[in-house]
Design a protein around this ligand. Structure first.
Ligand code: SR1
Ligand code: MG
Length: 386
């Protein structure tokens, strides 16, 4: 399903909760009784709306970044991208994402299923309540939505239409800047404190790493392999016993598949590093299992979907694995010194927070500049090395 963004003058004002309930009743015949803003993301407002028989989630995109306010304008087209991606992801990986109930192009509102029994995967990784098997599910979903939108499985004219539908320049520009550029320069968007100052200064002098990051930026901009999620971290996944759902695909665009897989592995490495520094070896073991099965099931699912007429599956997987190492590295670095840091590390006290950032910085450099990885075990060992 595709959606047109028909609006001409995006509203800068959030709907009040009363206006939102009235709108849901009038437009969608949803018996909305009350609404609370529950979002803690960087981009949008998110409401839980109680109805007579349950609840729904409503996400509103305003023409600026929630994190920064009106001083950082941002296209509301991100709501169309997210709704279109959710709908397509649900076709490619049924039950792998929240159900889309409605998209409104005028209000830039997405109404979707409320996953009330689920919690953010990152939270469970931090507090040790991690349900088993989530890595495997995310591996399968990632394989289905990437290979399923790639030229390997989609006829050329359909794929070209998808490429057009998912041109996402403003959100890509955020990643191009925050992931591949700012961490290596003295940028006002960086977030440096006593735990990261040394690392940030070292990064600014590291011309070899900067050159590699620039090479990866070029690949990020030019390798339109598949419709990738574009922000696939452990905060973009909701989990409960036996069920994982990938959400928030507003950064989706045609890019390198290894960007998604590398992001998942980087964020699992954050959680593992946290627990290692806190002496929770049992958690390190569980997270390692999640990381390795994420990749294993990603590979199995690719093998299951791969057509016999394409005799280069091994080359494809070797390339995605190498790219995963590279993009895990850029993600590890940007979350240590750049904007939008991660609770896995930020909630550590000093000196562990300092040690975590030093370690993650070293490991990222090894992932990016060491000889190419050949196995996921090798990738993971480098990502969590102490
Ligand atoms: C300016 S938005 C900051 C970050 O939040 C999103 O989750 C993306 O990771 C983005 O880079
Ligand atoms: Mg997000």
């Amino acid at each position: 399903m595709t959606f047109e963004d028909e609006s001409t003058s995006p509203s800068a004002a959030p709907l009040s909760t009363q206006e939102l309930c009235a709108w849901l009743k009038a437009e969608l015949d949803i018996d909305a009784q009350s609404a609370d803003e529950i979002g803690d993301g960087n981009l949008n407002l998110v409401y839980r709306v109680r109805t007579s028989d349950g609840s729904v989630i409503v996400k509103q995109a305003l023409p600026y970044l929630r994190l920064a306010g009106e001083g950082w304008p941002l296209t509301v087209d991100r709501a169309r991208i997210e709704a279109t991606a959710l709908s397509l992801h649900n076709e490619l990986s049924p039950g792998g994402v929240p159900n889309l109930i409605h998209f409104d192009a005028d209000q830039h509102l997405i109404v979707m299923e409320d996953l009330r029994d689920h919690v953010i995967w990152r939270q469970t990784l931090i507090d040790g309540s991690l349900p088993a098997g989530m890595g495997a599910q995310v591996g399968e979903i990632t394989a289905r939505i990437t290979l399923g939108t790639s030229d390997v499985l989609v006829p050329a004219d359909n794929r070209k239409q998808l490429l057009k539908d998912f041109v996402n320049p403003e959100l890509c520009a955020i990643s191009e800047d925050l992931v591949f550029t700012s961490p290596y320069i003295d940028s006002p968007s960086n977030n440096i404190d006593d735990s990261s100052r040394e690392l940030a200064e070292r990064l600014r002098r590291d011309s070899e790493l900067f050159a590699e990051s620039k090479r990866l930026l070029w690949a990020f901009k030019t390798q339109g392999e598949a419709l990738i999620h574009g922000d696939l971290h452990t905060g973009s996944v909701m989990v409960t016993d036996g069920d994982a759902r990938v959400m928030d695909p507003e950064f989706a665009f045609y890019g390198p598949i290894g960007y998604d897989t590398g992001n998942v592995l980087a964020h699992l490495a954050f959680a593992s590093t946290r627990h290692d520094l806190l002496g929770n070896q049992e958690q390190v073991k569980l997270i390692t299992e999640e990381a390795l099965t994420f990749w294993e099931v990603f590979v199995e699912t690719i093998a299951e979907l791969w057509p016999d007429s394409e005799p280069w599956q091994e080359t494809f997987l070797a390339r995605v694995l190498e790219d995963s190492a590279s993009y895990a590295a850029t993600e590890m670095i940007r979350r240590m010194v750049g904007m939008a840091q991660v609770a896995d590390i930020e909630s550590l006290e000093l000196p562990q927070r300092y040690e975590a950032k030093q370690r993650i910085g070293r490991n990222a450099r090894w992932l990016a500049l060491g000889r190419p990885v050949r196995t996921v075990e090798e990738l993971w060992d480098r990502a969590i090395h102490d």
